[in-house]
Design a protein around this ligand. Structure first.
Ligand code: ZN
Length: 283
């Protein structure tokens, strides 16, 4: 999938008077030069808060301490943190939530709890054309999902509908999947899952409405079914909220014959809480 960097309108405007005289090739070269000069002039900035940092693609100490990283022990199904005194010696632990309301996917893994810092990072990627944050976030996701990636056959990004993809110019889940694929050596198969119809944005909908909104919205294209059958798939998205979208995707892949569907996201909401500040209290 082509995820080339969208052009910067401000930069193009600056280079325009010269570029018009220089013609198409010159315009291209000038743009590249202008961009290089800007890259050199700017000190590296924190991916979340834009404070100065040592090197590009990292977080400042303050943001790092507020990420809310998910560490063991966590629920093997949902990837949600378990109480710190939980005895993991017995093997993979499953939370009560996963037992009473099992997800359509096998196992989910997330780098962090959804909170201020993860929201800033994801918004930068999603709405501000900050493709520079895709690779660092993807590397963090590859580490958090090491166990589900180890024997995975393919990564499948959650697809955006055509119209929204056109408006936003790129699919952030596909950008993350490409980075994870590079870090973990797992191929990306964007064509294995398609959005059949546009859905209203999930923001502001409750759990039931979200499930209704996405029911039947995803399907495996006929041409991909042969290749998908029997494969172990990892679905990739930026955030897992109620899980309605991810569940709808997992069901579509499983119905089409996937042997296993796991999930890898950057951040996930736990118990509807949004994390602010230091490590989230786990009850
Ligand atoms: Zn920061």
């Amino acid at each position: 999938m082509d995820i080339s960097r969208p052009s910067d309108p401000a930069l193009e405007g600056a280079a325009l008077p010269l570029a018009v005289r220089a013609g198409a090739l010159g315009r291209h070269v000038l743009r590249r030069l202008a961009r290089g000069a800007v890259d050199l002039a700017l000190p590296p900035l924190c991916m979340a808060c834009r404070a100065a940092v040592e090197e590009p693609g990292c977080l400042c100490a303050r943001c790092w301490s507020r990420v809310g990283f998910i560490e063991r022990p966590f629920c093997d199904r949902l990837g949600t943190p378990l109480p710190h005194d939980f005895d993991a010696a017995e093997g993979p632990a499953v939370s009560a939530a996963a037992l009473t309301d099992p997800p359509a996917y096998g196992r989910a893994r997330a780098v962090a709890l959804f909170g201020d810092v993860s929201r800033d990072l994801i918004h930068a990627l999603k709405y501000a054309d900050r493709l520079d944050v895709a690779a660092p976030l993807a590397r963090m996701m590859a580490r958090a999902g090491a166990d589900i990636l180890a024997d995975a056959d393919a990564l499948v990004p959650v697809p955006l509908h055509g119209l929204r993809l056109w408006r936003r110019r790129f699919n952030q889940s596909a950008a993350l999947a490409q980075g994870i694929g590079r870090a973990a050596g797992v191929p990306v198969r964007s064509g294995w899952l398609a959005r059949r119809r546009a859905t209203t944005p999930q923001v502001g909908l409750d759990r039931q409405d979200r499930a209704r909104n996405v029911a039947g919205a995803f399907a495996v294209p006929e041409a991909a079914r042969g290749e998908l059958a029997g494969r172990r798939v990892v679905l990739v998205d930026d955030v897992l909220t109620t899980g309605a979208t991810i569940d709808a995707c997992a069901k579509a892949l499983a119905r089409a014959g996937a042997a296993r569907v796991d999930v890898l996201v950057f951040a996930r909401v736990v118990d509807g809480r949004v994390v602010d500040g230091e490590a989230a209290p786990i009850s």
